[in-house]
Design a binder for this molecule. Structure first.
Ligand SMILES: Cc1ncc(COP(=O)(O)O)c(C=O)c1O
Length: 462
């Protein structure tokens, strides 16, 4: 990769960022190979149309992410690992430091001005998160360390109280380990059974299979909104309706959807919904579980200690707890984290979530067109931009994922690879490892091209 002058890079990015995205595709020769995984000559596809321009300008946006303006291994950093964690804009970093510079105090007491201010800032952050997911009330938000803790909380608290021997929990084979292992352990503890919904060859959930698994024994359907492997968006509303029709609840893992899609838990019709702050530009160690108020009220505490309890006596176990979501937060909360998460949500909102989605689809279409030019590269899952977000996992014929990662890293291109914490899905696609490139609001078309060009070189070198 040629070293790029950064100002030139940003100028070019600005010009392409307003929609001059479609590029001629170099066609590769058709192969007669019957190998199902690697279509080495992918000539038989139509170029994906790239939607028209939007005012969304990644070059202006990326200027607000100082971490992106650096060289790695002698090249401008191309950060394409955003599904693992995204970068933070200055607005978020400043909100966190401002809290510590001006407002820090333990919010659990309101006996002095700073503590009252901290408590109000913390409450406002909860209101911001509630608006972000369109909860009915801030009390429906439970602060967690992220999606993983939210799932563990639901499994321990709701699951512990409601799942019994003989009950069934339905998952999909597309789940991230975080939405699999906690349910496996719950099933082991209680004698419940896990059932798994299969996906089609291009990663769509087999809804007929789900229907055939649902029964009076089903207590929960827990599934990802968007696959962290294929980027495919699952039909949440339909799945929730099917679950409810069988008398079961629906848990949505939104770790990959919240960063990319407008969220409305009431419209989605789910019972639980979880996402991680660090994947939407908030701080690591933040996130939330949303659940309907009645559910939270009926659930036993998860962790216990101060703040979540009203009064404590040495002679009896407490029975009166803080209301709804507040019951699940024991001890001094991560106020700076909540402040950072609220700032991230405001930043996202300022970009326009619909505009963001349009931009993401443009980038997705362009990326798919470019990646499909690479000989021996097999994209896992659907290649229809409307159905997915800009997360691309692929296998490369004759190349170990680790070799591809090292070659890209040497060119300053950061992607992820391995089992992607979703081995059951990889196996469904006939592989045990994959490389994943994941884009975000600051990603430019030029960066996608740098990735595709590097992959071409890797492919040709084999
Ligand atoms: C679909 C999905 N679910 C859950 C998680 C776990 O998120 P966290 O590690 O932030 O708790 C991830 C992380 O990548 C994910 O992609």
């Amino acid at each position: 990769m040629m070293k790029t002058d950064r100002r030139d890079f940003l100028c070019k990015a600005a010009s392409v960022g307003v929609g001059v995205i479609a590029q001629p595709l170099a066609r590769v020769a058709r192969s007669n190979s019957r190998e199902p995984l690697f279509h080495t000559g992918q000539s038989e596809y139509a170029e994906i149309p790239v939607a028209s321009a939007t005012p969304f300008d990644p070059a202006t946006i990326r200027a607000q992410f100082p971490v992106l303006a650096q060289e790695v291994n002698g090249h401008d950093l191309v950060f394409l690992d955003s599904a693992a964690t995204v970068q933070r804009p200055l607005a978020v970093i400043q909100a966190i430091s401002n809290y510590y510079l001006k407002d820090n105090a333990n919010p659990s007491t309101t006996t002095h001005t700073l503590a009252r201010r901290s408590a109000e800032i913390y409450a406002e952050a909860r209101r911001t998160v509630a608006r972000f997911v369109n909860a009915r009330a801030p009390e429906e938000i439970v602060w967690t360390h992220g999606t993983t803790e939210a799932i563990n909380l639901a499994a321990a608290s709701w699951g512990g109280a409601n799942i019994h021997a003989g009950d069934e929990i339905i998952l999909t084979i597309a789940e991230h380990y975080s939405n699999l292992v906690p349910w496996q352990l719950l099933a082991q503890r209680t004698g419940a059974r896990l059932r798994f919904v299969d996906v089609t060859d291009d990663g769509h959930l087999k809804l007929d299979h789900l229907k055939s698994l649902l029964s009076r024994r089903t207590k929960l359907v827990a599934f990802t909104h968007v696959s962290n492997v294929t980027g495919l968006i699952f039909p949440v509303r339909e799945i929730c309706e099917l679950a409810h029709g069988a008398g079961a609840l629906a848990f949505v893992d939104a770790a990959q959807s919240a960063p990319h899609l407008p969220i409305n838990v009431q419209e989605l019709g789910c019972d639980f919904f979880a996402f991680s702050g660090h994947k939407i530009m908030g701080p690591m160690g933040t996130g939330m579980l949303w659940a309907r108020r009645e559910l939270l009220d009926a659930m036993p505490p998860y962790q216990s200690g101060s703040i979540m309890v009203h009064s404590v006596d040495v002679n009896s176990v407490p029975t009166r707890f803080a209301e709804a979501g507040l019951k699940f937060s024991a001890g001094t909360p991560n106020v700076a984290g909540a402040v950072g998460l609220a700032a991230a949500i405001k930043f996202l909102d300022s970009l326009g979530r619909e505009e963001q989605r349009k931009h993401d689809q443009q980038l997705t279409a362009h990326s798919l067109n470019r990646l499909r030019e690479v000989k021996g590269l097999k994209i896992l899952g659907t290649t229809t931009p409307d159905e997915r977000i800009s997360v691309f996992s692929f296998a490369m014929e004759n190349h170990r994922a680790s070799d591809v990662l090292s070659a890209l890293d040497a060119e300053g291109i950061a992607v992820r690879g391995g089992d992607l914490a979703a081995l059951p899905l990889l196996k469904r696609f006939g592989v045990e490892e994959a490389v994943r490139a994941s884009l975000y609001v600051y990603t430019t078309v030029e960066e996608v091209d740098l990735l595709a060009d590097a992959l071409q070189r890797i492919s040709r070198a084999s």
